[in-house]
Unconditional design. Sequence first.
Length: 486
Amino acid sequence: MSELLAGAGVVLAAAACAASILLPPGRPRSLAMLAAFALFPVLILGDQWHTTQIVDLRHDDARIAALLLGAAAAVGLLAVAFRRWPVLLPLAIVAALPFRVPLHAGGDTANLLVPLYLVIAAGVVVTLLRDWSAPPSTWTPRLLAWLLAAFVVLYALQTLYSGDFSKGLQNLCFFLVPFTVAYRLLREVEWDRRLLTLVLAVVAGEAVLFVLVGSVEYVTRSLFWNDQVIRSNEFHTYFRVNSVFWDPNIYGRYLALVLVVVTAALLWARERAAFWVLTGTILVLWVGLAQTFSQSSFIALLAGLAVLAAIRWSWRWTLAAVVAGAVGAVLVVTLVGGSGKVNFSRINIDTSGRANLVQGGLDLFAERPIQGYGSGSFQAAYRDHRANKDIPVSVSHTEPVTIAAEQGLLGLAIYIVLIVVALWTMTAGIRGPPAPARAAVLAAFVALLVHTMSYAGFFEDPITWVLLAIGASLAHPQVSLVRART
């Protein structure tokens, strides 16, 4: 695919995403969703056509046919199920969030969110069938929707001058396009008590199963995948597990978010049986989280629990406890090594080199403060401006720094305003019904936000978009088109 066609496709896909968020339910909106999702594989194949993986795949006709038939069959069956039982669509999206499928081609492996893509594609099919002959419905996009649409469009435009156009295109297609569509699908769902209870059961049940898998890894001292973590465990006194996840920190993030949600349900539990079931679930998840040795996940969990404490009891006492804890942490860091000064070298070692990445990202931002180096360009720009070009790096591991370096003040401004609007939307009237659900979503969102301060992956995590959709729906319920019924 030529650069002109690829660039035009990226902008068109982003525009279709924006239209799918902002247009009212009806035929134009459905066509926009379909166009965005259809451009996703076309752009990826066009960009990667001459890579080893695609060359290996496109010379295997039987494999291509099997993949296409399998995907079509899965989407068709899911669409039939979603059309018959609409409640399955949001449950399927939530259930598919953690799963990545390793696809082998050309001697390399790509871990893709294939189950989630299939579920979203089926949701698009159902929406198209439902809206094709239906009269147009009313829809008033809120400020949060406008900001999400603006971010996607800006990301696409900044891909055009990126130092790594291919990476920016992949981020747009693999993450922003499908997650934007998922956001709109979930935004139309009627999140009643029954559906929220089913979602809690799904995420808690999956998390317990993941802990069981991780515990087997921990006991046997063997991981199922990720050679980098396997080699790392050989040189450490501790053993980190990743369960079905590729990265222990992402596994820890998932467990921390589920722990926050389950704890919220526990704090508002009215029945004794539910109280003990939730307590047992929390104990199991704690065991799993401890096995990840993910510092960022523990910090994220503490942030989420602090939000719950502020909502359930007193924000003043919670704030006092948080300030005291922060002061204590600063004192510990300052006194590391007994010198009474901040030991940046030690901090960089303890954070696996992230301090250097943050500093490098800030340097990149200082060089191009307005427009940045372009979407997806952090790795290329960082290596070009560092003495050691062989340093393995993808992002700064601090979301605002990554956005600042890649997208400059333009992207950083939208990111900050979006966070503020999202928190304002989720917080306003939070003590009103349904208080437990709104508290759980807000606390989980804060925990995720805190985790991205030390591990990035905010817009690239589908959980972000799910929390935004549910939080906005609970705060501003629309006339739902997807009824949660069986």
